[in-house]
Design a protein around this ligand. Structure first.
Ligand SMILES: [Fe+2]
Length: 303
């Protein structure tokens, strides 16, 4: 029977995966073992710390539900989500920058007419968002599905509300670009918000003296045929958390100036109660292929 000491154990565990049929899975398992063992060795991890880690991950799993994904949150606050994004988008060639999907994407919705107020039932400062989707040369892309979602004036996403299943979507919609690549909608000015702090991830953030806030933003998922799906946010210039986003998701290219307007008409010619805000942002798509991400909600009991 082989006996393994501190130095031989890693090689033995790596070797145990040598019959793995899929070479990529084999590589990932080997590197995972090496990284985990390296962490334990470097830190001289105590039994108490190991047990705490097991309990912490258990609590993260138990906090997941059909509408809450605590593991994505953990990945986000540790910078893993942005690192995965970075290594998969090293060369953008002038295309709009990407950022994290986040835990609040719940999937596509029925397309809405341009100009729809997607936050009609919410209080908040009114905003008109006008946008255009083009290729790298500025040629408009028509018929492109664009999913948008953002937090309300209190910093919560609709899916965080207890009555979400019955109340339906809010501040969340799909638009299809017109012949000129354009789409536009009404909503409220989003505000900065804290990630949920009622679970183990939020507790870790507070216990380590980090702040839990994200700068104000709108999420966009742009899925144009013949182009790489674009998962990104547009942030609001001037937000005090732009330099310290708890999930490290801000890029300069994604910060938009939002104009405060006092005219009585919005860009689509309909009357408006002043003041209101105008966000203008264009998306440049990178040629390529790929499947748009699906919501990564926790498995339900019968799934
Ligand atoms: Fe968000």
């Amino acid at each position: 029977m082989p006996q393994f000491n501190d130095t031989e154990l890693t090689a033995a565990v790596v070797k145990s995966f040598e019959e793995t049929p899929d070479p990529r899975v084999k590589f990932l398992m080997e590197e995972l073992v090496k990284a985990l063992h390296g962490f334990v060795r470097k830190t001289d991890l105590s039994f108490d710390e190991w047990a705490y880690a097991i309990d912490f991950l258990t609590r993260v799993g138990q906090k997941c539900s059909a509408s809450r994904q605590e593991f994505i949150l953990l990945s986000d606050v540790l910078g893993v989500s942005m690192l995965v994004d970075a290594v998969n988008h090293r060369e953008r060639e002038g295309a709009t920058e990407t950022t994290v999907l986040g835990p609040f994407y719940v999937g596509e919705h029925k397309p809405m007419p341009h100009g729809t107020d997607i936050s009609a039932n919410l209080t908040g400062e009114r905003m008109f968002v006008q946008s255009r989707v083009t290729d790298l040369k500025g040629k408009p892309l028509a018929g492109v599905a664009v999913d948008v979602w953002h937090a309300d004036d209190d910093g919560y996403y609709d899916s965080q509300r207890p009555d979400y299943e019955t109340a339906g979507p809010s501040s969340r919609a799909r638009f299809i670009t017109d012949a000129d690549g354009r789409f536009f909608f009404r909503t409220i000015l989003p505000c900065s918000y804290p990630i949920p702090t009622d679970g183990p991830v939020g507790q870790m953030i507070l216990q380590t003296r980090r702040h839990p806030n994200r700068p104000a933003h709108i999420h966009f998922l742009v899925d144009a045929p013949g182009h790489e799906p674009l998962v990104t946010h547009v942030f609001i210039e001037g937000d005090k958390y732009l330099d310290s986003d708890v999930v490290f998701g801000v890029k300069n290219d994604l910060v938009s100036r939002v104009e405060k307007r006092t005219d009585q008409v919005m860009p689509d010619g309909k009357s408006a109660e002043a003041p209101w805000h105008l966000m203008t942002y264009e998306f440049r798509m990178k040629p390529g292929q790929g499947a748009a991400p699906k919501p990564m909600m926790a498995a339900t009991e019968d799934a």
